[in-house]
Design a protein around this ligand. Structure first.
Ligand code: ATP
Ligand code: FE2
Length: 327
């Protein structure tokens, strides 16, 4: 079975084509800036400008013609309305044109499912999902992906991007902050905010802005200390979720999981618990269409698809709103 997946929840417009478990192509075009953050309307305009080019490129590279596609899936939510709408329109158009079934996928769940595609031996993990808008610790329990811990304010990636903006870095700031952190060596105390199973970053952002204004610390040391502190927070709640759920697999997902220091901390924690840590390669960590195609395939095989008239976008859909019938 050939499935085409479309991703467009935020900054990335992506198209992937899978033949069962085989990823034939996973293409994307992402909205970026030289300085300043992401403006939703501009990101949606970017998607409109590139959607047909990305689709054409995907078909060419996969050597698949439109009439060979069996199922169309798309990111239905959560995400930015302006952006989600572009992907949904492309998916609906293809579904109507080709007379093929349409599957609406929850983007957060796709971040988890793709880990099980890449590492089939990873059966029942705790997912540390650390991306721009989302920061959640998720596990499968009783027919749903349940959230055991999450951010109380902003996602960890949005926090890093906001901090990067103050440092004068463009969007996304994560990779540059990581680079600067590598040049820092003095640890500066920052507010460590774990509340039960949840984390928060707002206080740290205010604190960092004050420290930058004072000018007593180097940017490199601040980046280094920021990474050490926020990643320790994420690993602490992930470890507690593993202990609570008695699971011995940790899976990383989301763009922030590309960070080598976070990966290192996750590996150390898992080793100390005699557990296994799974880190998909970067193309499957950041927003990507392969995870949407793969989750769409799992859902379709479980009998889930929707008519175009019921394919409305769901900008606020939560991970635990979705009944998981494909496991
Ligand atoms: P979601 O919609 O799932 O919340 P997203 O739209 O923010 O995700 P992702 O591609 O999953 O998209 O994540 C992007 C985030 O990852 C950005 O905030 C970016 O700064 C961050 N990021 C990317 N690479 C790194 C890195 N090496 N270190 C830290 N953060 C990173
Ligand atoms: Fe994402």
């Amino acid at each position: 079975m050939i499935i085409l997946g479309i991703e467009s929840t935020a900054h990335t417009f992506g198209v992937a084509i899978l033949n069962e478990r085989k990823v034939l192509v996973n293409i994307k075009d992402s909205f970026t800036t030289e300085s300043g953050g992401m403006i939703p309307r501009e990101s949606a305009e970017h998607h409109i400008a590139v959607c047909d080019i990305v689709l054409k490129k995907a078909l060419e590279q996969a050597k698949i013609s439109l009439d060979e596609i069996d199922v169309i899936s798309f990111s239905q939510g959560p995400g930015i309305g302006h952006c989600l709408r572009v992907g949904a329109i492309v998916a609906r158009s293809l579904s109507l044109l080709l007379k093929k079934p349409l599957v609406g996928v929850n983007h957060c769940i796709a971040h988890l499912e793709v880990g099980r595609l890449i590492a089939p031996e990873c059966k029942d993990p705790i997912l540390l999902y650390a991306s721009g808008a989302n920061t959640q610790v998720i596990a499968y329990d009783g027919g749903k992906y349940r959230i055991f811990g999450e951010t109380l304010d902003m996602g960890v990636g949005n926090f890093i991007d906001s901090f990067g903006r103050v440092l004068g870095l463009g969007f996304p700031a994560g990779p540059n902050v990581e680079k600067m952190a590598g040049e820092g060596k003095n640890f500066i105390d920052l507010p460590y905010s774990v509340k039960g199973m949840d984390v928060s970053f707002g206080g740290m952002l205010t604190n960092l802005k004050q420290k930058l204004k004072q000018g007593d610390f180097s940017k490199e040391d601040l980046c280094f200390s920021t990474q050490e502190t926020i990643f320790a927070m994420l690993i602490e709640v992930s470890e507690r979720a593993m202990a609570h759920c008695e699971k011995n697999e940790l899976l990383l997902g989301g763009g922030v999981a590309c960070n080598k220091r976070l990966q290192e901390m996750a590996n150390i924690m898992c080793k100390e618990r005699n557990s296994k840590c799974y880190v998909p390669e970067n193309q499957f960590l950041v927003d990507n269409a392969a995870m949407i195609a793969w989750t769409g395939l799992l859902m379709y095989k479980a009998g889930i698809h929707i008519p175009v008239s019921k394919s409305e976008i769901r900008p606020y859909e939560r991970t635990d709103d979705v009944k998981v019938t494909w496991r």
